[in-house]
Every structure is written in C-alpha cells, then in structure tokens.
Write a protein that binds this ligand. Structure first.
Ligand code: ATR
Length: 485
C-alpha cells in the first residue's frame, strides 16, 4: 500500500489532500499532532469522511512529531479518538498504558507498535520486530541507515523474518530512499509518502505511484538502479521506468545512494540487481568488479553502465555513444575535422576519446593546463590554456564539458570572448539549464546547437538497451522536467 501522511492543520485540509492525491494512494495516516487543538477534538469523525482506510497517529516530539502536551493527555486523546472507525492506530512501542491498547483491541482496530530511530538502526532490530509481532501487533521500524551496509541490513529483514507477515519497515534519510521505493522487497506492508517531505527522504505519492510503480513490485520484478553520491537529483528514473512500462517489462529502476561500491555489489547479489547506471564519484571505482569491459571503458577508464552477464558483471560507457551519435554523419563526411574541447575532467575524457576514435583532430583547453596536457598526451591531441580559446575560432566543433554554467551558475561562460559563427557546431554537455549562457550566445550567432538534455536522453536509452535487450519504446513521450500536479 502507498500511504499518504496527512499534514493539514484541519480535517478539511486533509480531505482535500486525499481528493487531490487519490489516484496514487491506498491508505492515509491522520497525523492528529499536526491538527489545531479544536480540530484534534473532532478527529474521531475523520474515517467517515473518506473511503480509504485511516491510520490514527499522534506523534510525540521525540518521534519527529509536534504533540507537546503531556503524555497523559496524549494517550487520553488517543483513547477518545478510538471511538472513530479507524482501521489502524499507531502506538509507540514504549507506551505501556493498557487501556489504550485494550480499547483498540475491543474496537478491532489493528495496532501498529512503532519505533523511531533518527540516528541509526537499533542493533536488536530483528528481535524487536519478532517480539512485537508475537503479541499480535504490527511492528513498525522507522530507522536511519547511514551506509550501504546499513541498507543491506534492512533488505535482509524480509529474508530473516519472513514469518512476520505484517510489518512496516522504513529507512529514513537519503540512504533510505531505495528502501522506501522497494518497500515490498523489505516485506513492508506499506510505504509512507508525503506532499511536503515531513520526514527525511519521503517522496510524493504521485512519483511513488506513476514513476516507480512501487506498489506493483513483486518477487519476479527485476531490479535496476543508479548508484552515485549524490544521486537523488538524478533524472534517469524518469527515463528507465517509463521505458520498462512501455515494453511491459516487470522491472523497476531505483536511485541508490552509495558510499561503498564494494557493499553495493553485495546488495546487488542479495536483491538481486540486474543492472545499474553509475554516476559520480563511482565511475572508476566500479572497474575492479567488472569481469568484462568494452574498448571504450578501457580507453576512458570510466564506466557508466553495468549489466549482469552469466557469471560476471559487464561494463560499458553509454556517455561515449550518447555523445558521438548525432555527430557521426558530420565526422564521416568531413564537415567536422577539428574540435575544441573545453574542460579536461571526467566528461571531457569520454568526449575526446570518442572524437579521436573517429579521426577528429582535437584541442583541449582547460583552466588547469596540466590536466589538459595529460589528457592530450594519452589521446594524441593538442592542448592550451582556457584563456586562449579565441585562437581556435576556426574549429568546426566546440564541446563544452565543464560544470561552469550549470544550475545556479547561469552567468558562467568559460569561453566568453570566443566568437561564434553560423558554421560552428556547438555542443553543450550541461542539461540544466537547457540554454547555458554560452549556448545562448552561439544560438544568437546562428550556430548549430547540440543540447546536454538530448545527450542525457540518448545515453539513457542506450542503457535501456543494455539492460533489456530491447530498443527504447519510440513513441514514448518522456518528461525529463517532470513536474508534479
Ligand atoms: P566532470 O566529470 O563533470 O567532467 P570533473 O572531472 O570534476 O567533472 O571536471 C570538471 C571540469 O570542469 C574541469 O575541466 C574543471 O577545470 P579544472 O580542471 O581547471 O578544475 C572545469 N571547471 C569547473 N569549474 C570551472 C570554472 N569555474 N571555470 C572553468 N573551468 C571549470
């Protein structure tokens, strides 16, 4: 079940949240602590206002809630509200007051016993789950993983405690994202979503339901993902998941925040993971784990796509192909013979090798000229300082690979005095914003433009082919600027 945590301060606000998100949710949690004091008194009527099952919860401050009156008055309030037709009530594990539990039992309201740990994963996690379950209650463990190893421990719950049918397991914080999306693989009966991230790492019900289709995951679902740090901003799930859906492949693509590549490979065997994208800073670190790599991966020394072959992991680099594809006809008929590559970092490596492999002459310019020199030496290219960009205005192709101009740095333009003309082909690797300052200048001078967002899409569809063996569904309109309602 996908659960929407209701965050309104009135019952009316909460009902309008349900109405707005109803296509995406199966159950709601009424957070009484977030209601105004007058509304709290009326909360028993809430289940009559919706057809969805409702969890009654009144969170204390120590558990991440806002209820600050005495514990006595909180339990008295809960007991009164149990008059309402709630399906579940969340009572913290340490609450001993028998009358609340007794009343819930009399009213046949399922009891969730919750544990919140915002710092770590309790060492006795499995023991506590079993103990709560033995009393006929539903254990809820909202805990905080801080590493891939912690995440593995959460994914093991299902294997270790398969006999505990009804349980709720939530990994909070950025490491927990994958556990929230793959909640069914943890054996968790629900995952919490919210509209305005009230707990760290919560995602919206719309994204959970329409992008990830998390509620459709079953034991046959093939798991794919992306590993990186940071990784939560990635747009790749918005390419891969609709693609899987488009070819009716029972698969899901999930972001994994990864601190240790080694640990991730352990998780990849446990789940199992069938293939994954690799982003910064792990594109080199995965290499020792690969049994087979393509020529490009060997040349560039970096891999962005890993797939499971029979007894080994295979690495390829779709950035390379995603970059070069639109240039191929121009390289082949000689319209592009000389390229100026701006930057000498990881992205530039793939670009320079791709151009060199197709016979293009390349000059690399970089702020730190030593880096330009070392890349130029291995790729048999020329190099120069970033300040000398103007000397290369006769180049056919200009490729911008630095991070200058990205996101907030809209004013950034690494080659300010370079004058574009209509004969130039200008390729920007940055994809947010679509038009960087440099690309805007090139457009005004009538140059031919190549956008980072298109390259992102191409490398993603090539990953899809590596993952599935199928072409990316052509007619699929994907929305990389996915905006929620
Ligand atoms: P990526 O994998 O995205 O290429 P990287 O390997 O960190 O990232 O490389 C970043 C590139 O952007 C480098 O060429 C870097 O120049 P330096 O080698 O001189 O650091 C370039 N870069 C980053 N910020 C820059 C800035 N403000 N001005 C010019 N170049 C910049």
């Amino acid at each position: 079940m996908i659960c929407l945590v209701l965050t309104g301060s009135t019952l009316e606000e909460d009902i309008s949240l349900i109405t707005k998100h109803s296509p995406y949710i199966d159950i709601v949690e009424l957070r009484v602590d977030l209601l105004s004091p007058e509304e709290q008194q009326k909360a028993a009527t809430f289940p009559t206002l919706t057809t969805l099952p409702v969890i009654l919860t009144c969170r204390r401050v120590i558990d991440g809630g806002t209820y600050s009156d005495s514990e006595k008055s909180r339990l008295a309030l809960l007991e009164t509200l149990l008059e309402g037709n709630f399906s579940y009530v969340d009572i913290e594990e340490d609450v001993k007051k028998a009358s609340v539990l007794q009343k819930a039992e009399e009213k046949k309201i399922h009891i969730i016993r919750s544990v919140h740990d915002f710092v770590s994963i309790p060492t006795d996690l499995y023991h506590r789950i079993t103990k709560i379950a033995s009393k006929g209650h539903i254990p809820k463990m909202a805990v905080t993983p801080h590493s891939m190893l912690d995440v593995i421990q959460l994914f093991r719950v299902e294997k270790e405690l398969v006999h505990v049918k009804n349980k709720i397991i939530v990994g909070m914080g950025p490491y927990g994202i994958a556990t929230r999306i793959l909640y069914k693989r943890l054996g968790s009966m629900l995952t919490y979503t919210s509209v305005n991230e009230i707990a760290p790492g919560q995602i919206s019900p719309q994204v959970m339901k329409t992008v990830y289709r998390a509620d459709k995951v079953n034991e046959r679902t093939h798991i794919y993902g992306i590993i990186g740090d940071p990784v939560l901003h990635t747009r790749s799930p918005y390419i891969q998941n609709p693609g899987f859906d488009g070819i009716k492949f029972n698969a899901i693509y999930v972001p994994f925040l990864v601190d240790s590549v080694r640990s991730f490979f352990v998780l990849a065997e446990l789940l199992p993971v069938y293939g994954f994208s690799v982003t910064v800073p792990h594109k080199q670190a995965v290499l020792p784990y690969l049994g087979k790599i393509t020529r490009e991966v060997k040349q560039i020394g970096s891999c962005n796509t890993v797939v499971r072959a029979k007894n080994l992991w295979k690495g390829t680099n779709t950035d390379y192909y995603g970059f070069i594809e639109p240039l191929l006809p121009l390289l082949q008929d000689g319209r592009i013979q000389h390229a100026l590559v701006v930057g000498a970092g990881g992205a530039a490596r793939a670009v320079v090798w791709a151009l060199r492999n197709y016979g293009c002459k390349v000059t690399i310019i970089n702020r730190d000229i030593r880096k330009a020199k070392s890349l130029a030496e291995v790729t048999m290219s020329n190099y120069d300082s970033l300040d000398n960009a103007k000397l290369y205005e006769s180049s056919d192709l200009i490729v911008q690979t630095t991070s200058l101009g990205m996101g907030g740095e809209r004013d950034g333009d690494p080659i300010k005095d370079f004058e574009f003309t209509p004969v130039h082909h200008v390729y920007e690797l940055i994809y947010t914003p679509k038009y960087t300052k440099m690309l805007q200048r090139a457009k005004e001078k009538g140059a031919t433009l190549y956008f980072g967002i298109d390259m992102l899409y191409r490398q993603g569809t090539l990953q899809f082919e590596n993952f599935t063996g199928y072409h990316y569904p052509k007619r699929l309109e994907i929305d990389l600027d996915f905006k929620e309602n």
